[in-house]
Ligand binder design. Structure first.
Ligand code: HEM
Ligand SMILES: *[C@@H]1O[C@H](CO)[C@@H](O)[C@H](O)[C@H]1NC(C)=O
Ligand SMILES: *[C@@H]1O[C@H](CO)[C@@H](O)[C@H](O)[C@H]1NC(C)=O
Length: 507
């Protein structure tokens, strides 16, 4: 028989050992220390704000080289998870997409886009689902994009004529491509006939102002007690003024469409394609969406298509042309392909694009090196979760650095080189299935405008390659071509692309 004093020593040691184990392997109680992603050292109050710099996607890429593919930054009081690896993106945009499909509330957007009644910034939920399904099924579907083929072809011809008849051999290609994408979106969304030419340039400059306002550093967003700054400077007043301008503009457009509809009793009989405002009004009238659509929703959705669709598309085209000018061998190869496909008909149409494999590879490579939205659009987590072993708290803002992922040397060979050939023998695509390459995002919140955007970009590129020979301005060499990026949510080429153009007389 063993006496009690004999037991006491092993018992006490056992208890101590268990206590020790609990301390070591994490405490199951609610005060447990979480395992957080690494964070760079931060300053008081501003946190890591000072580390973002002019080009946040580049600064964050550099930081991730020291702190790893998942970093937790603090922008003022705001916790921000920065994801710089394909694995991390896959976890967030696929495995745990539901948890990360919210967007943070951004005050400027809230004020200007009717309390975030649009699709891009609406919080994740029933309203967003309804608006998104209207857009995906009705406005941006393959069939609808096909129905605007004539608009694209007419606008492309106008662009070619404009270049052909320009008085000088040196042209501002940035300017030409911005007009092209803007004119196409204007016609598709609003129906150009109802928009006077001056109004259409006005909207371009207003959208630019809007984008500038969006990226204006707004201390109150990060440090709540600094909010008073916006009341004393003109910021809040400017936002109000802009909200009014856009509302007047879109209200006018919708009103004109309503009046026109009264005259043309049956849209389907008219010779014109229905534009997106027509379609939204029809959905509202026929109550096709399940629950009634408000007037503000129509204006907000059209606004979204302008904001999401114009700048991004022209930016992508300008970068593509710039890379081709920097790489004359690729340009020549592309030109040969396009001219060979055009053959004796001396023209290319959308039907020919599927035969242009190199052209598709060039577009992909350009979007890899220069994704127009390198940080996608911000997301926000709706519950506590675990990503690659780290604890991520509810309401953490999430930034996915698609640009860093697309240049990750672990995933890409010579990632900094422009080399369209890398896409030739792979099935790799930008539709959100390959997480090493996500210029359009992925998952529930991924870009619904891919088909629309690619239809415009590929045809524009083919037409330009067919009709002209491009070169750098007189005396410049490939090395002189400035590829500096401009600050902003959409990262475009800072210096406008000026090129020398020679007409190809055969076409
Ligand atoms: C080259 C051109 C374009 C690029 C690079 C691009 C890229 C993107 C990206 C990165 C996102 C965020 C995805 C995410 O958070 O995961 C996005 C969202 C969006 N894009 Fe695009 N986009 C382009 C063209 C367009 C066009 C032409 C349209 C419409 C006509 C469009 C409409 C939208 C909308 C509405 C959203 C928000 C979706 C949501 O939050 O549910 N985009 N786009
Ligand atoms: C070229 O076009 C862009 C875009 O419209 C414009 O901002 C820029 O001032 C133009 N530059 C020159 C030199 O014409
Ligand atoms: C939308 O605006 C029209 C015209 O101003 C008005 O007749 C209609 O009642 C409004 N509809 C809704 C749902 O607010």
């Amino acid at each position: 028989m063993i006496s009690f004093p004999h037991l006491i020593v092993p018992l006490v040691s056992l208890i101590l050992f268990i206590v020790f184990l609990f301390k070591w392997y994490g405490n199951p109680s609610s005060t447990a220390r979480k395992r957080l992603p690494p964070s760079p050292p931060k300053l008081p109050i501003i946190g890591n704000l000072h580390q973002l710099g002019q080009l946040p996607h580049r600064s964050l890429q550099a930081l991730s080289k020291c702190y790893g593919p998942l970093m937790l930054l603090h922008l003022g009081r705001l916790p921000v998870l920065v994801v710089s690896s394909a694995d991390g993106a896959h976890e967030i945009m696929k495995n745990q997409d539901v948890v990360f499909s919210n967007r943070p509330k951004l005050r400027v957007i809230d004020k200007i886009i009717y309390g975030s009644k649009d699709m891009a910034f609406a919080p994740y939920g029933e309203y967003w689902r309804q608006v998104r399904s209207i857009c995906v099924l009705q406005l941006l579907s393959n069939k609808r994009v096909q129905s605007f083929r004539r608009v694209r072809e007419e606008e492309m011809s106008l662009m070619i004529e404009k270049i052909r008849h320009s008085s000088s051999s040196s042209i501002n290609l940035s300017n030409i491509l911005v007009s092209l994408t803007n004119d196409i979106i204007c016609r598709v969304a609003l129906g150009r006939k109802y928009i006077a030419a001056q109004e259409s340039t006005k909207i371009v400059s207003k959208l630019k102002e809007f984008q500038e306002l969006l990226v204006t550093f707004n201390p109150g967003d990060y440090i709540p007690w600094l909010d008073w700054i916006n009341r004393v400077n003109d910021f809040n007043a400017n936002v109000e003024k802009m909200a009014r301008w856009f509302d007047d503009f879109f209200e006018g457009v919708v009103e004109e469409h309503r009046n026109r509809k009264k005259r043309e009793t049956n849209l389907k009989d008219s010779s014109n394609e229905a534009d997106l405002v027509d379609i939204l009004l029809e959905i509202q009238r026929e109550n096709m969406a399940g629950s009634p659509i408000e007037n503000d929703t129509i204006k907000a959705v059209i606004f979204d298509i302008f904001v999401a669709g114009t700048d991004t598309s022209s930016t992508a085209l300008v970068w593509t042309m710039a890379e081709l000018l920097k790489h004359p061998k690729s340009m020549e190869k592309l030109q040969n392909e396009v001219r060979q496909v055009a053959g004796s008909k001396l023209d290319v149409t959308e039907d020919d694009l599927d035969k242009m494999l190199y052209l598709k590879a060039v577009m992909k490579e350009s979007l890899r090196l220069h994704p127009p939205l390198p940080l996608l659009l911000p997301r926000e987590s709706t519950q506590d979760s675990k990503i690659l072993g780290y604890d991520i708290a509810v309401k953490t803002r999430v930034i996915i650095n698609s640009c860093a992922i697309a240049r990750d040397p672990l995933l890409w060979e010579s990632p900094e080189d422009f080399c369209p050939e890398r896409f030739l023998d792979t099935g790799m695509d930008f539709r959100g299935l390959n997480f090493e390459y996500i210029p359009f995002g992925a998952g529930r919140r991924g870009c619904p405008g891919i088909t629309f955007a690619i239809a415009v970009a590929e045809l524009a590129l083919a037409k330009l390659m067919l009709n002209f020979n491009f070169g750098l301005p007189h005396g410049a060499t490939e090395k002189d071509l400035d590829m500096t990026e401009s600050p902003g949510d959409t990262v475009s080429k800072k210096i406008p692309l000026l090129v020398n153009v020679r007409k190809n007389n055969k076409y």
